[in-house]
Design a binder for this molecule. Structure first.
Ligand code: NDP
Length: 229
């Protein structure tokens, strides 16, 4: 099984890539970090998408995991166009483009799994993260539409929405916010950050045959954050 993981250089993507069984194809901007994999493609999702598109077509991808993501914490009036473009390209445009390149082979094979890593911020909204929230909400819309479009071909499409996760991005966004990490933890019903391993476990399940009936879903993996305080 050929599995492409975007953002495999660190954090959640690295955990996913290292925990799955199959032929892992990894991508990110950081060649040094990708050398732990046998097969990788260095690509900036805001720039050289054609290169990654060709890599997908050449490698007959059975499972596409759109994990790479970028975040900014900023009041809307301080966001310039370049930042909007960077976040939307990385979090929404690139996943859609990569799906478009992966689907022809999946359709032909009448089997496929597309798993997007969204965010609870795309479900609930996050103050001072409107661009990020919008990009992640877009993934949920695309997931529902694609699940309908691809159901008859044995392809499932789902989005996992993590809450706060113990990674570089999770810790940096906590630092950038006006709250301390302890104050953030206090607002999470389970009083903890999610681990990358828990996200990888959900990915593993969504790939498995047990999950063949799960499609078009937006799955909140957030230690209870989405249901109230
Ligand atoms: P990290 O910042 O630790 O890792 C982000 C990954 O995305 C890196 O591998 C990075 O690769 C890659 N990436 C970012 N921008 C680009 C780009 N322009 N081109 C190519 N690759 C890029 O984040 P996490 O592991 O925490 O996040 C993974 C996913 O989970 C993201 O989609 C994020 O939005 C989501 N998420 C994370 C949460 C958290 O609290 N951590 C909460 C909710 C959702 P490199 O820099 O090597 O190019």
């Amino acid at each position: 099984m050929n599995i492409l993981v975007t953002g495999a250089s660190r954090g959640i993507g690295k955990e996913i890539a290292l925990s799955l069984e199959g032929n892992i194809l990894a991508t990110s901007r950081n060649e040094g970090a990708l050398r732990i994999y046998h097969n990788f493609c260095v690509c900036d999702l805001t720039r050289d998408l054609d290169k990654l598109g060709r890599y997908i077509q050449e490698n007959k991808i059975d499972v596409l995991i759109n994990n790479a993501g970028d975040y900014i914490y900023s009041p809307i009036e301080d966001v310039d166009y370049d930042k909007i473009e960077r976040i939307v390209k990385t979090n929404l445009e690139a996943p859609l483009y990569l799906i478009s390149k992966a689907v022809p082979y999946m359709k032909q094979n009448r089997w496929g799994r597309i798993i997007n890593i969204g965010s609870i911020s795309g479900v609930m909204g996050e103050a001072c993260a409107s661009i990020y929230s919008a990009s992640k909400a877009g993934l949920i819309g695309a997931t529902k539409a694609l699940a309908l479009e691809l159901a008859e071909f044995g392809i499932t499409v789902n989005t996992i929405n993590p809450g706060w996760v113990e990674t570089e991005m999770g810790n940096k966004s906590a630092e950038d916010s006006e709250f301390s990490k302890d104050e953030i933890i206090d607002c999470i019903p389970q009083k903890r950050f999610i681990t990358p391993k828990e996200i990888a476990g959900m990915v593993k399940y969504l790939i498995s045959d047990d999950a063949k009936g799960v499609t078009g879903q937006s799955i909140n993996l957030c230690a209870g954050l989405s249901v109230g305080y």
